[in-house]
Design a protein around this ligand. Structure first.
Ligand code: GAP
Length: 455
């Protein structure tokens, strides 16, 4: 959460060192290489030599990411009666960031190497050790505060009056739009506002693939409650977040750690924060966060804007600033956790055992041979029919073994092969990604069979 970046200091360094598990860079390298090879994630602007720590999602990565976002939206917005969604602008009135405290507080502690002038997060370098970039020893500056919001200018004149910022979190729009949302949705407390969208932070040392980037996506909920009930709702959202991680993303429970963030490391607005850390391949690091933001945000935006942002109880007429519980999820860290959790090497193959509901393709269709028009015709028909219901891949290159190999690496749960028997008997082979078992299924029962399996 925001505050953990504000305090830094020795305690934090010790915590990070303690959390460093045996480095497994090989496995991360393998995942990065697979991600590029199969079209999950590419280095951005690669034809121009890339841009440090900037990544693009390729065709299957976009599907995986969208499936995560859609599952989240369905679970936390559409299937509930108490949460509504918004999609706000990325560049907001700069006064928002004054009132929220970001202009003053959204800082990283950095040190600079006086020789090569590279900057590092103070918590991530040992000041007594050589500079990780140029190897010079004893050249680090004292730690300095560095505001990590991205600055830009509105209009053509680059002057102070025109300064604006790319939003560093999606959360503030939910507070700034509180009054409008309340009046159109007519929700009563407790209720929430949700948003999925991009956030930007000028991170000093991004890294570890898509774990820490300067442009990323968040899925956030601001849940408005009565102050006296905060503990009850904090506990409720804690359980919801566990449920999302272990049931929806199917992450292994033993890789998730709940850290109660101590007061001196919490954000300026938070009275209690839990970080959910995941055992990424480079150590235990924050995956998601949960904070009790008190009534800090609405109160400050009311003070700064002059608009009444109180909630009026319809029954007793009492007016008050709602308090807020904020569960927050990073989309890109979700993708990375799912990739790590699902990566397996077994039986001479690499397989991504992605939960079927999240897998980019639900099935792939192959004609046994690419030069037999009768097989192609039937396989194409099956492919076209299935595509009405599921996102399905087509592959007629190379031999069947190679096609299985590539679908396993993408994480496609089922591969369907149309062979000569299919022409006679009207059935196909369906091969299960995880067990590699094959069964014959009637073509006219195929869609229902897959639907049932994918439930
Ligand atoms: N509104 C609260 C807030 O923004 P945060 O802990 O700073 O809290 C929330 O960010 C989530 O956003 C994190 O738990 C993480 O998943 C994700 N996140 C934060 N910074 C990120 C970065 N530089 N790159 C990728 N994801 C990031």
């Amino acid at each position: 959460m925001v505050g953990s970046r504000l305090v830094g200091g020795r305690r934090r360094i010790i915590k990070i060192l303690r959390n460093m598990k045996k480095d497994t860079p090989d496995l991360l390298e393998k995942i990065v290489s697979l991600a590029k090879r199969r079209g999950f994630v590419f280095p951005s602007s690669e034809i121009y030599g890339g841009l440090a720590n900037t990544w693009d999602y390729g065709p299957v990565g976009t599907e995986l990411k969208n499936n995560i976002k859609q599952l989240w939206w369905k679970r936390f917005v559409q299937s509930r009666d108490d949460i509504v969604g918004i999609d706000a602008a990325l560049i907001m009135n700069p006064k928002v960031w004054e009132a929220s405290g970001h202009l003053e507080n959204f800082n990283d502690l950095l040190v600079e190497c006086k020789k090569c002038h590279n900057r590092f997060r103070a918590e991530q370098v040992d000041l007594q050790a050589p500079c990780p970039q140029c190897g010079e020893k004893g050249k680090f500056t004292d730690p300095l505060q560095f505001n990590i919001m991205f600055k830009t200018f509105i209009g053509s004149a680059e002057e102070k009056a025109n300064v604006a910022y790319l939003r560093p979190e999606t959360a503030q729009a939910m507070f700034v739009d509180f009054k409008n949302v309340l009046s159109v949705s007519r929700k009563q407390i407790p209720f929430g506002i949700a948003q999925i969208g991009r956030a930007f932070r000028n991170e000093i040392t991004p890294g570890h693939f898509i774990f820490r980037t300067r442009e990323f996506e968040q899925m956030e909920i601001e849940y408005f409650i009565r102050g006296e009930e905060w503990e009850k709702y904090f506990e409720y959202w804690r359980k919801e977040m566990w449920d999302w991680m272990t049931r929806d993303l199917e992450l292994d429970k033993k890789d998730i750690y709940e850290i109660d963030v101590p007061e001196n490391e919490r954000a300026h607005y938070s009275k209690r924060t839990i970080d959910f850390e995941y055992d990424f391949l480079f150590g235990k690091r924050e995956l998601y966060g949960l904070a009790y933001r008190t009534d800090f945000d609405l109160k400050n935006h009311e003070k700064a804007s002059g608009e009444n942002l109180k909630y009026k109880d319809p029954e007793i007429g009492e007016e008050f600033w709602p308090h807020v519980i904020e569960p927050t999820w990073g989309v890109d860290r979700s993708v990375l956790a799912v990739l790590i959790n699902s990566y397996c090497e077994e039986d001479g193959r690499v397989v991504l055992k992605i939960p079927p509901r999240l897998a980019p393709f639900k099935a792939a269709v192959f004609p046994l041979l690419a030069n037999k028009p009768e097989l192609i015709k039937l396989a194409r028909k099956i492919y076209d029919d299935l595509r009405q219901k599921f996102y399905v891949a087509w592959d007629d290159r190379g031999n069947i073994g190679k096609r299985y190999y590539s679908q396993d690496e993408i994480g496609t749960p089922y591969c369907i092969t149309v062979d000569f028997e299919s022409l006679e008997k009207g059935d196909v082979t369906v091969r299960d990604r995880d067990t590699m078992k094959q069964e014959r299924i009637k073509i006219d029962e195929l869609a229902a069979h897959l639907e049932n399996k994918l439930k």
